[in-house]
Design a protein around this ligand. Structure first.
Ligand code: GLN
Ligand code: ZN
Length: 761
């Protein structure tokens, strides 16, 4: 019985690649230094998998920046503006495409399916001259071989590559990306020939787009592509790997009929429905790579359950044709549990990061072939049992409260226009009221204070004093700027999810549980392991303090349940919505405590609501329904005079506009400055959206200071589509990453623009 790993994290157990990349980019180390770090990481990963007993070990799973960009380099598909002159693509061109350079912006980046990983979107037009311009795949294969390890080189499959691309500027509307298939296949043939010559006996094509909603024309492209490659592939074992969801029935038919292919890889964690398709028919004599160890999460595998699934599959495909694998690349999980020094042993026994998952895959493969590691299996069974019954996981009161939610839609009794009237009587705001999204610049000094308090190096008293001073400064500044609805600036928060997670029960935090988000950037998601509850108020102390410093309304500032959920590692022992409802109840308690403390405007950020959208259209409605319901639960209990704001950091929600409206917030602030006014007409036309709306009037992602006239102009354009009495004036997002030297003049201009327009209305 064989074992296989779909792909592996590149950053290293302590983010070695991140630091090497950033030092190289800063000119502090050489290209050779960077290459050395990368080669050491690769060799240690290969050795680790070989030592664990993995048979099919991946290569070309490493990337300096991104695996899709690597494919773009392999194909020589460099957009002309980067001035590449041909030949092998070097760091200069590669990193210019990834990050931009002194004169050119980077290529566009977007989310990799429904993960938090972002890839560089290929830009392809009819004139691209493809050439075999990066030999990375074969170089890595040879590198592993020289270490005595025979690997399975991975390439992003040709059809997925094209389906993930976008048409180059100028041909957006007219160009069919799939028309490039013959041209890129010519390069794929060269790569395959090279790999064969180097001695490869297996090759893996990642074709994850097969799990999406594809039409027959798109499916047909797979058939055409692999027929075209068939003769080049002869003599090789070819694995087509899918992941992130089940393969729909039509796609399954196409996939399993592909010519020249010997093996199919499926995500059987997120794509459990694929099991039925396999049971209904799997091509004779082909290999099945069964992805049973979850690459998207940090939980230890339920080995007994996986083993019984594997035994059933064995009956279908035969003993020698079944390979145990991960559900997807381990890129999306943390690297090594061995480096977690702060988690207690009980929680650790429930977890498996990438390094541990490799061992699990191998243990399953060995058990299937009759060499079951009894000690390993019984320790695993004990951990599974302790997780199920642990009082740290189960809180009956929370479970009951969450179960009781299902009977109601949790809608505020009064409609939004009437509520806004009641609120205006209390708040007495000018027309076009100004506000900000929450955070103010986080200085080095501020970070130091938080760090030292956490490390017990300064007393609580000193900490409170320092944070209070910071809040006073921010309040004073906003009063001077004459902003209408103030914020406290969030100086006590390191991260908008972590801050709440640390105060809620049911959450655990790692010290090295980093996951690559893009390039050298990593995130460290909290782990939600148990029923969520709020032992005590989380923000009331700081919000009340801030409110006491001013007569103007001070916004209470919370992160919403859906965002907390989507930015964490979530339990796999109950549906996501259950966990979301529990978080919603905890936030509800906080909202009500803020209201009691005299906070009359409360913002509940749902920055990540859209990110949670499932990959398939058929599942969207269900997700949006419970996500939006969770948001409403948080604030259904407040009085009409309490104003609920929400904020979202994206503007492309034309498709989910009805859900946004269904959240029933009083005021919604959104990112808008980088998009056009089309979005606003959606608000106006689609539904009579009576609530306040604050489409960001300037881009906080750039250090540029927007002139007053420019902001006034933007506001004027918004007024052309939105009623003046519902329009709010605010930046795109929080100001955390900016400097005061940028924030002061930008906000000055923003307020000036609002005042200018007030005189003209
Ligand atoms: N209130 C948060 C802030 O201002 C919102 C951040 C976000 O939307 N990502 O930083
Ligand atoms: Zn935002």
């Amino acid at each position: 019985m064989a074992s296989h790993i779909v792909g592996y994290p590149r950053m290293g157990p302590k983010r070695e690649l991140k630091f090497a990349l950033e030092s190289f980019w800063d000119g502090k180390s050489s290209a050779d230094d960077l290459k050395k770090v990368a080669a050491d990481l690769r060799s240690s990963i290969w050795k680790q998998m070989a030592d664990a007993g993995i048979k099919y070990i991946p290569s070309n799973t490493f990337a300096y920046y991104d695996q899709v960009l690597d494919t773009t380099a392999t194909l020589g598909a460099v957009p002309p503006r980067y001035g590449w002159k041909g030949g092998e693509i070097g760091f200069d061109t590669y990193f210019s495409m990834a990050r931009g350079n002194a004169t050119l912006p980077a290529m566009e980046m977007t989310k990799w399916f429904d993960t938090n990983y972002h890839f560089i979107v290929p830009e392809l037009g009819p004139d691209v001259k493809f050439s075999y311009a990066s030999h990375k795949a074969v170089d890595e294969y040879k590198e592993a071989k020289s270490l005595g390890i025979d690997t399975v080189p991975i390439l992003i499959g040709p059809v997925s590559y094209l389906l993930l691309s976008k048409p180059a500027k100028g041909v957006e509307k007219t160009f069919s990306l799939l028309s490039l298939l013959p041209k890129i296949l010519a390069i794929y043939k060269e790569v395959v020939a090279d790999l064969k010559a180097a001695g490869a006996s297996w090759i893996q094509f990642d074709e994850p787009t097969l799990v999406k909603d594809l039409d027959s024309h798109q499916l047909q492209a797979f058939t055409a592509a692999y027929s075209e490659l068939e003769s080049s592939l002869s003599g090789l074992n070819v694995l087509i790997q899918t992941y992130f969801a089940d393969v729909p029935a039509e796609a399954y038919k196409t996939l399993t009929s592909l010519k020249g292919v010997t093996a199919f890889g499926f995500d059987l964690v997120r794509g459990a429905k694929t099991l039925d398709l396999i049971k209904d028919g799997f091509p004779k004599g082909k290999y099945l790579f069964a992805g049973l160890v979850d690459g998207r999460n940090i939980w230890a595998n339920d080995l007994a359950a996986s083993l019984s699934t594997l035994q059933a599959l064995e009956g279908i495909v035969g003993k020698d044709k079944l390979v145990v694998s991960t559900s997807c690349s381990l890129l999306h999980t943390a690297v090594d549990l061995a480096n977690e020094t702060k988690l207690d042993n009980e929680i650790k026994s429930w977890l498996a990061f990438a390094a541990q998952k490799v061992v699990e895959v191998n243990a399953l493969a060995k058990a299937l072939s009759g060499q079951r590691d009894e000690a390993f299996f019984s320790a695993n069974a004990a951990a599974q049992a302790s997780r199920k019954s642990s009082p740290r996981v189960n809180n009956e009161a929370v479970q009951k409260a969450a179960a009781a939610l299902k009977g109601s839609e949790h809608r505020r009794a009064t409609n939004v226009s009437a509520r806004l009237d009641a609120q205006q009587k209390k708040l007495n705001l000018p027309i076009l009221p100004t506000t900000t999204i929450g955070s103010f610049p986080q200085t080095v000094e501020l970070r130091r204070v938080r760090r030292e308090y956490k490390a017990n190096k300064i007393s609580e008293e000193e900490y409170v004093k320092a944070i209070t001073e910071e809040i006073s400064k921010v309040v004073k500044l906003q009063e001077e700027l004459d902003i209408d609805v103030l914020v406290h600036g969030e100086p006590e928060r390191n991260d908008m999810v972590e801050y709440f997670g640390e105060q809620l029960s049911g959450f655990a935090f790692t010290v090295n549980g980093w996951v690559q988000s893009y390039g050298s950037r990593c995130v460290k998601p909290p782990i939600i392991y148990g029923d969520v509850s709020r032992p005590k108020p989380m923000t009331v102390f700081w919000s009340s303090k801030a409110q006491s410093l001013t007569k103007r309304p001070m916004k209470g500032m919370l992160t919403g349940p859906v965002t907390i959920l989507n930015w964490s590692f979530v339990r796999n022992d109950q549906p996501r919505f259950e966990t979301c409802y529990q978080i919603a109840l905890a936030i509800k308690d906080e909202v009500e405590d803020l209201e009691k403390a005299g906070i009359t405007v409360i913002q509940i950020d749902e920055a990540a609501l859209r990110e949670g959208l499932p990959l398939r259209k058929s599942e969207e409605a269900f997700y949006l329904d419970w996500a939006v319901h969770s948001f409403r639960i948080t604030n259904v209990g407040v009085q009409d005079t309490t104003q609920i704001h929400t904020h979202m950091c994206y503007s492309n929600f034309n498709d989910i506009i009805h859900s946004i409206i269904d959240m029933d917030a009083d005021v919604i602030t959104i990112e808008n400055s980088r998009s056009d006014e089309k979005l606003l007409s959606v608000f106006r036309e689609g539904v009579k959206y009576g609530a306040g709306i604050g489409p960001g009037v300037y881009d906080i992602h750039s250090p540029r200071i927007p002139p007053t006239e420019e902001i006034a102009d933007r506001i004027n354009k918004m007024l052309a589509v939105l009623e003046q009495n519902i329009l709010w004036i605010n930046p795109d997002c929080g100001l955390k990453t900016r400097k005061y030297a940028e924030v002061n003049p930008a906000l000055t201009n923003m307020v000036a623009a609002a005042k200018l327009l007030r005189t003209q209305l």
